[in-house]
Design a protein around this ligand. Sequence first.
Ligand code: BGC
Length: 736
Amino acid sequence: MIAKSSMAVLVALALTSAASAQTPSAKSWMNPKLSPDERAALLDKELTLDERIGLLHGPMAIAWGKVKLPEGALGSAGFIPGLARLGIPALQETDASLGVANPGDVRPGDGATALPSGLAIASTFDPKLAFEGGAMIGGEARDKGFNVLLAGGANLARDPRNGRNFEYLGEDPLLAGVMAGEAIRGIQSRKVISTLKHFSLNGQETGRTMANSVIEEGAHRESDLLAFQIAAEKGQPGSVMCAYNLVNGDYSCGNPHLLNDVLKRDWRYKGWVMSDWGAVHGTDYILKGLDQQSGEQLDGTTWFGAPLKAAVERGEVPAARVSDATRRILRSMFAVGLFDDPPVKREIDYAANARIAGKVARDGIVLLKNEGGLLPLVKNAKTIAVIGGYADQGVLSGGGSSQVVPPGHKGAKIALGGEGMMAAWRSMQFHSAGPIGSTPLAAIRKLGGTGKVTFDDGRYLASAAAAAKAADVVVVFANQWMGEGEDAPDLSLPNGQDALIAAVAAANPKTVVVLQTGGPVAMPWLNAVGAVLEAWYAGADGGEAIADVLFGEVDAAGRLPVTFPASIDQYPRAATPGRSLGPKERFDVVYSEGSDVGYRRFAATGDKPLFPFGHGLSYTRFAYANLKVVGGETLTVSFDVTNTGARAGKDTPQVYLTDRAGKAGQRLIGFERVALAPGETRRVTMTTDARLLASFDPVAKAWKVASGDYAVAVGASSADLSLKGVAKVRALSLKP
Ligand code: BGC
């Protein structure tokens, strides 16, 4: 057995030994004064074809069936061997956007700090928190020895049933782009490369490898691609991960339009494109823009290994293209600091990290309904009945590759079973007993003071109703586990929890519902309950965060980054495409809504959602006044926000475009998080990214802003617009 400290030394040596193979003076690329491009070019020149090809593919880094853990791999999602001869470190790649994963417990007993879900992060509408959360998980990845975090999930929530919405950042391209960009920037500030994924239109999990996403070019640029573009600009991710699905007829990872034209030509992206795991179907993908094949066991063939070499030798793939792919990888490694400051394993302060997760959770929990001031809960109330949702076990998390297991593996794990490849991933992992966290039940007990807090697990309606009746106030928890590889079939809560809530509310109308869901759900019981809190998946310190919001220790500050529809019929694809097909049948997912995703489409159809995008109540009140809209090349919008209530609180005023030179339609063009003391007023000024005023013209390959009057509205949600103004904008053409 090796002691922890000597282990750290060994790992540090292993990580740096390659670097000492040559004398530093011979390694011109190690000169930090040169640009990453120069350094990558110098190093690439030294490589043989075989060495280049060695950097362009790699396996999953887990022991799997007959496959052994690759030599030198720490154990995680992926591994690209380094090159000792030239001191190129291996790429040790781990999932994901919400913390460091440990698939199949490949690193026995290793846990990590879970951030709240992507939707919770997006609900904060606070780019600083996205950065802080990113820096925290990036730091943990680094301290575990990883140098690539497969994070930066930025697909738009086009379908509320999508099983991976919880990993992403909502339905709006500006919000998702800014938050993903800041999260990536945070991760990379810790000298760990982040991906931006899954490029593009991986909009559903049902048949994800057979789904052909069909969309008109302009609409794509104005929606999902805009989210990716903003994230890429802000975050400068070292790598972009292409997706499992096809886009307009070509697989994403072999899609020359997406990878060569949009990403590398139009956006001048300098990093590398890595494939999703099992998303490569041919060697020619290298000509179509893919630079690296990941998780090669899943493809069956190592397309970017021997077949690629043969293709180069036959002259089918130019050697220059192989060198370009290699340089892209090396460039990102230099740019992010993998050569100059490689990771060294270190003890992690999980308590400090859980506190950061808790900060995000407290700002991301959304108060959807609060009748008669039922919340905040009164301390020392006689009896609070807590019911259901495994509230005695912890807070729920989402499943699949982004699954984070708590440090010390504390927190219950309940297998859901099932068949097929994803079955092993189908477990409800609860987070509870981290270094500072506890279960929601324990946290409620702590804040409940002298009041009595009872618990009923909610399995039997009769006993739950009896517990509700006997209490002054009821807090009923309802969970929707979501995971990679499957979508929810509808918007109901699973396991009869809708009936449980209805029964509890019938017994006691002073019922607070705490939802832990992967995305929007229907609420057939909404009129019968007093309050609803959307806690999402609340992460490492989630139990305490939920209790703090319930008791008003902090303001209810989250705002919805996704629309909650009244019914699935309000969406363009009421039946999930491909749901009834076999696993090998190709099908189209036609995104007929174009760029009118979520609230934008509700604005177009006039339908009324259950809760609109941007909605979220506070424990205080805010008012907006003195709107000024200045036009020109873009819009600059300023207005006053005042806390008119009696307590401190946080607001997120939102600015929407409602008309563009005669074209009606709603678009979020600005938002800001403001914390205000009672009576305090702050003037907020936002300048619009001109692309949000534009339409993308696929023929001219440019963003076109038409001249004319642009109407703007400021409000507390996409459906609550209190200030309105207008200004003239000049015609403008912007490069793509
Ligand atoms: C997921 C990716 C993930 C990869 C590696 C895939 O199944 O789609 O998001 O990074 O696996 O685990």
